[in-house]
Design a protein around this ligand. Structure first.
Ligand code: ADP
Ligand code: MG
Length: 367
C-alpha cells in the first residue's frame, strides 16, 4: 500500500502562551512507495513520532491530507485505517499470555470482520511463526527477554494483516547485540510480508542498514529523502552530511579564493565557477589519502589499527570539531615518529556548503 503525505502539517499550541506554536510536522509532501521499508530519521524532537501518529490516526493534522493508495484516510479513526503500530516500550498486557496478547486486536472485530475462535488461533500462530516465537505462546511477558517481548509486539501489530506497519523506535529498549539482531529480523519480516513499513529511529546507522529509503528530518522539516547510499554520497545540506556516517564527516572552515578551495592558507583543490566566499568544507573519513606532499597538514594525535582499516586521529586549526578521523587502508603506514601527517583528498568525498545557509554548493574540479 502506497502512503502519500499531502502537504501534511501538525502544529501544537505552545503551552507557555508567550511563544508561537510548535510546528512538529511542517508541510510534509512525499510518497512512501508500496511494499518498501522506509526509515524516518532525525534527532529527538524533530517530529518523527508525530508523523507516525498522524499516519495511524492517533493525532489529526492541522492541515494537509494522508492517502493510503487511492483512499483519503485523513478523517478515518485509527481502527478503520488498517495500520499496525509498534511503540518504543512494547506495551504488552502483563497479565495476559503471549497468545492472548497477540490475539487482542482480533477480539474486538465486529460484523463481517468477526473471526471464529479457530480462525483467531490460526492467525495468532501465523503471526507468532513469522516472528519466531511460536514456542513461547503460553508464557507471560515477564518470562521473556526484551527482544522476545518486542517480537510479541510486532506479532500483535501484524495479526490483523495491516496495510501499513508503523514502528516507533522499536529497538531503543534493547541492548546493543539484540538491537543488531532485531533490526535484521524486522528487515526479514518486512520482506516476507511485503507490508509497507515505516520505521522511526534517531540512529542513522540503524536506518541506513535496513531501509530501502530514508527520510531525514530536522525541526519538523524534511531535509532529504532517498536511498541511504545516495543520501550519504550526495547530501543536500550540512545537517544531512553531518547526520549520516560513522565516523562522522570532518567539517572545516574554509574559503573559495581565486577558484581554489582553501582551508586556512592551504590550497586543497582547484575548482571552477564558484565566486570567492567563506564556506564549510566537509570531508568524509574515507576521503583522505596519505601523501608525503599532501595539501592538508594535520597534527597527528594517534593511529588506531582496526583490522582492514586504519583510523588516523589528528587535529587541524580550522576544523569545526575536536579531532579529524581519517580512515585509510591498513597497508598504508603512517609514520608515527612525526608530529605532522599530510593528506590529499578524494574529490567525490569533499563537499562544500554555504557558510550562512549551510546548503550544498556543487562544484566542478579543474584538471
Ligand atoms: P520525535 O519523535 O522526533 O522525538 P515528536 O514528534 O515527539 O519528536 O515531537 C516533535 C515536537 O512536537 C517536539 O518539539 C515536541 O515537544 C512537540 N510535541 C509533540 N507532541 C506534543 C503535544 N502533544 N503537545 C505539544 N507539543 C508536542
Ligand atoms: Mg519519538
Amino acid at each position: 500500500m502506497k502512503v502519500v503525505l499531502d502537504h501534511l502539517t501538525k502544529k501544537f499550541p505552545n503551552r507557555d502562551k508567550k511563544g508561537s506554536d510548535v510546528i512538529a510536522v511542517n508541510d510534509f509532501d512525499f510518497e512512501i512507495p508500496d511494499g518498501k521499508l522506509i526509515g524516518l530519521l532525525g534527532p529527538s524532537g524533530c517530529g518523527k513520532s508525530t508523523t507516525l501518529n498522524l499516519i495511524c490516526g492517533l493525532e489529526s493534522p492541522s492541515s494537509g491530507k494522508i492517502w493510503f493508495g487511492e483512499d483519503d484516510v485523513t478523517k478515518l479513526p485509527p481502527e478503520a485505517r488498517g495500520v499496525g503500530m509498534v511503540f518504543q516500550n512494547y506495551a504488552l498486557y502483563p497479565h495476559l499470555t503471549v497468545r492472548k496478547n497477540i490475539m487482542f486486536p482480533l477480539q474486538n472485530l465486529k460484523g463481517a470482520d468477526k473471526l471464529s475462535k479457530e480462525e483467531m488461533e490460526q492467525r495468532v500462530l501465523k503471526a507468532a511463526q513469522l516472528v519466531q516465537i511460536e514456542k513461547l505462546l503460553d508464557r507471560k511477558p515477564s518470562e521473556m527477554s526484551g527482544g522476545q517481548q518486542q517480537r510479541v509486539a510486532i506479532a500483535r501489530a501484524l495479526v490483523k494483516t495491516p496495510r501499513v506497519l508503523l514502528l516507533d523506535e522499536p529497538l531503543s529498549n534493547l541492548d546493543a547485540r539484540l538491537r543488531l539482531q532485531t533490526r535484521e529480523e524486522i528487515s526479514r519480516i518486512q520482506k516476507e510480508t511485503g507490508v509497507t513499513t515505516i520505521f522511526v529511529t534517531h540512529d542513522q546507522e540503524e536506518a541506513m542498514s535496513i531501509s530501502d529509503m530514508i527520510v531525514v528530518m530536522k525541526d519538523g522539516i524534511l531535509q532529504q529523502i532517498g536511498k541511504p547510499q545516495d543520501v550519504y554520497d550526495d547530501p543536500q545540506n550540512l545537517f544531512v552530511a553531518k547526520f549520516l556516517g560513522t565516523p562522522p564527516i570532518n567539517v572545516f572552515e574554509g574559503s573559495i579564493r581565486d577558484g581554489r578551495i582553501h582551508i586556512g592558507d592551504e590550497d586543497l583543490l582547484q575548482i571552477s565557477g564558484i565566486p570567492d566566499q567563506k564556506v564549510w568544507v566537509g570531508i568524509r573519513p574515507e576521503g583522505f589519502v596519505l601523501a608525503e606532499n599532501g595539501h592538508l597538514s594535520c597534527q597527528l594525535e594517534r593511529v588506531e589499527v582496526m583490522g582492514r582499516d586504519t583510523s588516523v586521529v589528528a587535529k587541524h586549526p580550522n576544523l569545526a570539531g575536536e579531532t579529524i578521523r581519517a580512515i585509510i587502508p591498513a597497508e598504508n603506514k603512517v609514520d608515527t615518529s612525526k608530529s605532522v601527517v599530510k593528506f590529499n583528498v578524494k574529490v567525490p568525498k569533499v563537499f562544500l556548503f554555504n557558510y550562512e545557509t549551510e546548503e550544498r554548493i556543487y562544484y566542478k574540479v579543474e584538471m
